[in-house]
Design a protein around this ligand. Sequence first.
Ligand SMILES: [Zn+2]
Length: 369
Amino acid sequence: MPSRGNMSILRPGIWLLTLVFGLLPALCPAQGSGVQLRTVVIDAGHGGHDPGAISKYSKLSEKQINLDLALRLGKRIEKEYPDVKVIYTRKTDRFVELAERGNIANRNHADLFISIHVNSAGSSAASGTETFVMGTDKSSSNMEVCKRENSVILLEDDYSTTYEGFDPNNPESYIIFNLMQNAHFEQSIAFASLVQQQFIKNGPIKKSRGVRQAPLMVLWRTTMPSVLVEVGFLSNASDRTTLNKEENRQKIADDLYKAFSSFKTKYDAEGGTPTVDEASLSPQEPKPEETVQQPAAPTGPHFEIQILASKKKLKNGSPELKGVTDYQCRFINGFYKYSVGNFASREEASRRLPEIRKQFSGAFVISVE
Ligand SMILES: [Zn+2]
């Protein structure tokens, strides 16, 4: 009997403890949530009949340097982190379609996607490293890189179907990407910052062009933090000499490995959502020869796609805008109305609508006088 009495006193206490401890993980989801970086996809840009950047002064073409760096990086990760799965989009000199590179990462539920490239520019003075995330940042939009890296799709058999009519050489085509900044934007920036930090600190090419945003197709549909690293310019004599030396390529691979290692530590500790180190972000204006003319604000009668209406004015970067930065905002009848694009006809705008509705389900075409 006494024991029964004791039990009835204890029970509510145990129940309460269970409740409190049961709630703890929900209150602190980042701590010990078990989310870990387990799979990384390493993408050696170009390959096969697509050599990427070439230079008559360089014994190696871009596709060869990319593959060499990818294999060195992967080897190091495999050695130091045996339980991390390393997947390569290619391990040999073969052609892989841009969309397929991202698909490989998505199919394997990768936690990080690293695309490795070598830069090239019309001016031989351009040099240094830069790391891109998917996005459209006006101050650093770099159409030269976009056109070169994206026009690879023109080598594919059925590119207009695969990429929904996207034309890498037509600036209008890029409007769609303004809506594509995704949930992994912050984490992509976090990894990109770590890469550039390593390059600045240890790299054989220390000049940094910073972390940048660009509408790069290979990063378009990946569903994990994703970056495209440009490790130097094949069109620049000093960068080219550096990249042609094996010991320097090992250093670059080691820098990428160290960035990976720091990112994994943060990722595992913060439950898969590592925070951005703001101090490392150094927005840099593009050089005049690489500056792209932003399309002028739309004038004259045309069509746009309205994505949102709000009673209060939204700040750039507010969650409602889902990362879209290139929009028109008009105050009409007590609402701030947000729209994107500049289309000559309603038909043209309607063709874009389905893609935009994936992110803004209530989007619709408007006529602007
Ligand atoms: Zn490339």
